[in-house]
Write a protein that binds this ligand. Structure first.
Ligand SMILES: N[C@@H](CCC(=O)N[C@@H](CS)C(=O)NCC(=O)O)C(=O)O
Length: 220
């Protein structure tokens, strides 16, 4: 049985849980999950650091194989366990999906992360509101790119849901939630109709609602 280390409130753990759901892999049957990170701790113990020297979640053990980096875990799960062909297998769709996964981890999340951590994981007295607003507004600009992609395609890599949609949708969900919870500190959120339609499609056609927590888990 696989073992997944990580608390459910982490965006990166949510990616893995969502992917496992899409693949029909069940907690308690195909994998066990151990709460780790933030108030659960466990991620700085020598045993955990031997698995993942970054001390971060998610970390996946599958037999002898130990993986960290959430997007890599998604790639592995899709390649190893997609028995029912849930995700597109043609090379063009796969690499379009890869492109958006790299964009999420290298461009979008680093931009939004400042606002996210600033508003949800930083005590109010230590928040830098100008920096937070800039981070949020810069994300607005970036998301116009994704909205444009979704003008002519149903999903990020084409007409089928792929693993690339998972990281993107979880980021977009946080972008929406942050603005709902802190409108004064994020500043306005533009209407991006293709992203709105894509999120609705994802909610209707995937297991997203089963795993993605709709809370920011704000630490005061
Ligand atoms: N690039 C890594 C980032 C992992 C990461 O930053 N994980 C956060 C949670 S989202 C973490 O472990 N934070 C420490 C903690 O929860 O204690 C990935 O995609 O897996």
């Amino acid at each position: 049985m696989m073992r997944l280390w990580g608390r459910k409130s982490s965006i990166n753990v949510q990616k893995v849980l969502w992917c496992l759901e899409e693949l029909g892999l069940k907690e308690g049957q195909d994998f066990e999950r151990i709460d780790a990170g933030l108030h659960f701790g466990k991620n700085r113990t020598p045993e955990f650091l031997a698995l993942n020297p970054n001390g971060l979640v998610p970390t996946l053990e599958d037999g002898e194989l130990v993986l960290w980096e959430s997007n890599t875990i998604l790639r592995y799960l899709a390649r190893q366990y997609d028995r029912s062909k849930r995700f597109p297998a043609d090379i063009a769709s796969q690499y379009q999906s890869e492109k958006w996964m790299d964009w999420q981890v290298g461009t979008m999340w680093p931009t939004l992360r400042t606002a996210f951590l600033g508003l949800t994981r930083t005590p109010e007295s230590e928040r830098h509101y100008e920096v937070i607003k800039k981070s949020y507004q810069d994300t607005n600009t970036l998301l116009i790119l994704l909205d444009q992609q979704l003008t002519s395609h149903q999903y990020c890599s084409g007409e089928s849901f792929s693993i690339g949609d998972i990281p993107l949708a979880l980021c977009v969900s946080r972008w929406i939630l942050l603005n709902q919870a802190f409108p004064d500190h994020t500043g306005p959120r533009p209407s991006l109709p293709n992203i709105d339609a894509w999120i609705k499609r994802i909610e209707a056609e995937t297991k997203y609602s089963l795993v993605a927590e709709k809370e920011l888990n704000i630490i005061k």
